[in-house]
Write a protein that binds this ligand. Structure first.
Ligand code: OAD
Length: 262
């Protein structure tokens, strides 16, 4: 093949990647915050992307509320079961797998790694991450509206909407709806991890929903190096020390390579 020049896909040389990798090499207590963007490459829609298909005419913020469930439990539970099955059909992407590796590397050297996620899809668990705090609950577990008892529905479409619990109530997803409080235990675990961390990485979140959007300030107060991995600027970009621009499925493995393999 005379004369043909093959250009290998080269990795981004964003200087922020080197800076984050350098901080990761030195870190002992790492906190990573993820949002819907880390699952985007697995095929799950982010919150602020337009909804597609059947649900295009619904705004998540209209369906993800106690009032919507009260008003139309059939519609809300159908939507959530559709999302639950959609998440099950997705696979963890290289970004999820890279965060699981990051945790293994920290743990192997006696460090500490905490993954705070706003996501409800459990793709981090399926990628092998261990120390996870689910800030907004999970779509994979539902609970009785009367007794609060939790069940894990089987991996197949629900047969009736709204689904009934065995305790005489309805079943609702164990996710945090707009206007609901985050689980106390999740908040306590988050602030405990942020207090004293030395590296904070925000991945795939627009950082507009509290309290997650303020975690970067708690990390800064602990003296941590703060960073972000996202294709575009977010509400915290101007506050972080290093902002790497790009998809997490590409950049997180590169950060690991620079931090652990070079
Ligand atoms: P958003 O949809 O607000 O933000 C997703 C972020 O991911 C955006 O900043 C995108 O630029 C970024 N993104 C898109 N593709 C990406 C990729 N391949 N790699 C990395 N980043 C990518 O979703 P969240 O910030 O997670 O709360 O939303 C936070 C909360 O708002 C959700 O947990 C939900 C919603 O209201 C509740 O349901 C309580």
């Amino acid at each position: 093949m005379e004369g043909r020049v093959w250009y290998l896909p080269h990795m981004p040389t964003d200087p922020a990647l080197q800076d984050i990798a350098h901080a990761l090499r030195q870190a002992q207590r790492v906190v990573v915050l993820t949002g819907a963007g880390v699952s985007a490459e697995s095929g799950t829609p982010t919150f602020r992307d337009a909804m597609t298909g059947l649900w295009a005419s619904f705004n998540p913020e209209e369906l993800a509320t106690p009032e919507a469930f009260e008003r139309n439990p059939e519609l809300v539970t159908r939507w959530y079961d559709q999302r639950r099955l959609g998440c099950m059909a997705c696979l963890p992407n290289p970004g999820h797998l890279a965060l699981a590796r990051m945790e293994r590397e920290l743990t192997a050297r006696g460090g500490r790694f905490t993954l705070l996620t706003q996501n409800v899809d459990r793709l981090h668990q399926r990628a092998g991450s261990q120390n996870i705090v689910e800030l907004h609950g999970t779509i994979m577990v539902w609970r009785c509206t009367r007794t609060g008892r939790e069940v894990t529905p089987p991996p197949e479409p629900m047969q009736a909407f709204p689904p009934k619990s065995d305790d005489g109530g309805l079943l609702r997803p164990s996710v945090v709806w707009f206007g609901e409080m985050l689980p106390e235990s999740a908040l306590a675990a988050s602030f405990e991890a942020l207090d004293g961390c030395d590296l904070f990485i925000s991945v795939g979140t627009s950082s507009v929903v509290q309290p997650a959007a303020s975690f970067v300030f708690y990390a800064k107060r602990s003296g941590a190096t703060t960073s972000e991995v996202n294709p575009e600027d977010t509400a915290i970009t101007r506050w972080v020390d290093h902002a790497a621009r790009g998809k997490s499925g590409l950049l997180l493995p590169e950060i690991n390579r620079l931090a652990f393999d070079d």
